[in-house]
Design a protein around this ligand. Structure first.
Ligand SMILES: [Fe+2]
Length: 368
């Protein structure tokens, strides 16, 4: 039964100041585990502070980042709030608007719909409105509330701090409508993406596959979107806690296991499945469907997410990957069986070649 141990240990995180706040002050249910099968179907409970309905989602047995799912009833609005933790919002159902403001500055309102992605600037006031009189509006948010709550241990400070982070947000008419700025490595710095499903992607630095990173509201939480082609899977890798994946298109499965163990857990996914690998657990993604899969990942900016890891390996992510040549051959066999069931051809030869080429260049660079 040693295999059960890894996950059991992680569940011991539920006694923190953050958890106490969720249970006793927020009084909102917590969904735990490794994944949520369908974000759009999760049953929600009344959320008195926000004024709508919701649940907290605490995946991966960590208290660094959390998610919550929220719904604004038709024709209604949430209560205004501001807080000393960051928040990225992805709208999964309906349409509406959000008003953002700093004390003493004009209010700024922008409209969103299912597929919109944006961040609430740190400690700025914001209020969400449902734009429909018939349909609920539902969103999922990633925050670093657990990290902040467990550090500060003071709810009044988290929700009542007067400091204005003008480097994050100050009134400007086009804050949520300006086109954004492109940087190298497929990075787009912006504050609002109207529709992720129709956002142009650019070739990824590694395999030239459609990809994009989004830096939002000058924060330390960010997002990226990537395409996983038919008949392909990704090498195993590990990083610090807090990354949350939402599948937008396609079907397949993930495998995840604690470093040093063979207790491999499988998570089947389809559109609207969310999962979060525990701190420093290896994980890898397998597309078994007949269509390209599209993945949205919400996470800390890369270096912050390495906090849970080995400091000496900070700048050498390649050490935290399992090469295709070194992986357990069983993983590949199982994947081929799954593809065969769906009548899909295995299509990894070109990826193996590109990966060997990439590693040869990287190893040379490290050796210099
Ligand atoms: Fe990952």
């Amino acid at each position: 039964m040693a295999e059960k141990g890894a996950w059991q240990r992680l569940k011991g995180t539920s006694q923190t100041f953050y958890d106490q706040w969720v249970r006793e002050v927020e009084k909102v249910p917590q969904v735990e585990g490794l994944s949520v099968a369908d974000l759009r179907a999760v049953e929600l409970a009344p959320w008195p502070r926000k004024g709508g309905k919701g649940v907290y989602v605490n995946l991966g047995g960590q208290r660094i980042a959390d998610a919550h799912i929220c719904e604004i009833p038709p024709g209604e609005r949430h209560n205004p709030e501001k807080h000393m933790f960051e928040e990225i919002i992805f709208v999964i159902k309906g349409r509406g608007a959000t008003t953002v403001w700093n004390e003493g500055e004009p209010k700024l309102t922008f409209e969103w719909q299912a597929g919109s992605l944006f961040a609430m600037p740190l400690n700025s006031w914001h209020q969400h409105f449902n734009g429909s009189g018939n349909e609920p509006a539902r969103y999922v948010a990633l925050t670093d509330a657990p990290l902040m709550m467990n550090r500060i241990r003071n709810v009044d400070f988290i929700f009542g701090c007067d400091y204005l982070f003008r480097d994050r947000y100050t009134y400007s008419e086009d804050y949520f409508s300006a086109p954004g700025k492109d940087y190298s490595d497929a990075i787009l710095k912006t504050n609002f993406i109207p529709d992720l499903f129709n956002t142009p992607l650019v070739p990824s630095p590694r395999y030239r596959l459609p990809f994009r990173r989004f830096l939002l509201a000058n924060g330390t939480l960010s997002a990226h979107m990537s395409v996983h082609p038919v008949g392909q899977y990704q090498f195993g890798h590990r990083h610090g806690a807090g990354a949350h994946i939402i599948w937008l298109k396609g079907t397949g499965y993930d495998l995840t296991w604690e470093t040093g163990t063979k207790d491999i857990r499988r998570i089947d996914w389809r559109p609207w499945t969310m999962s979060s690998p525990p701190d420093w657990w290896y994980h890898q993604h397998f597309n078994t469907g007949k269509e390209m899969a599209l993945k949205l990942a919400l996470h800390f900016n890369i270096r912050v997410s390495q906090v849970g890891g080995d400091f000496l390996q900070y700048n050498t992510p390649i050490l935290n990957e399992i090469t295709y040549d070194d992986e357990d051959p069983q993983l590949r066999e199982d994947f081929c069986c799954e593809l065969a069931k769906n009548g899909v051809a295995f299509d990894m030869e070109e990826i193996y070649r590109l990966e060997r080429e990439y590693r040869a260049t990287r190893e040379q660079a490290v050796g210099e």
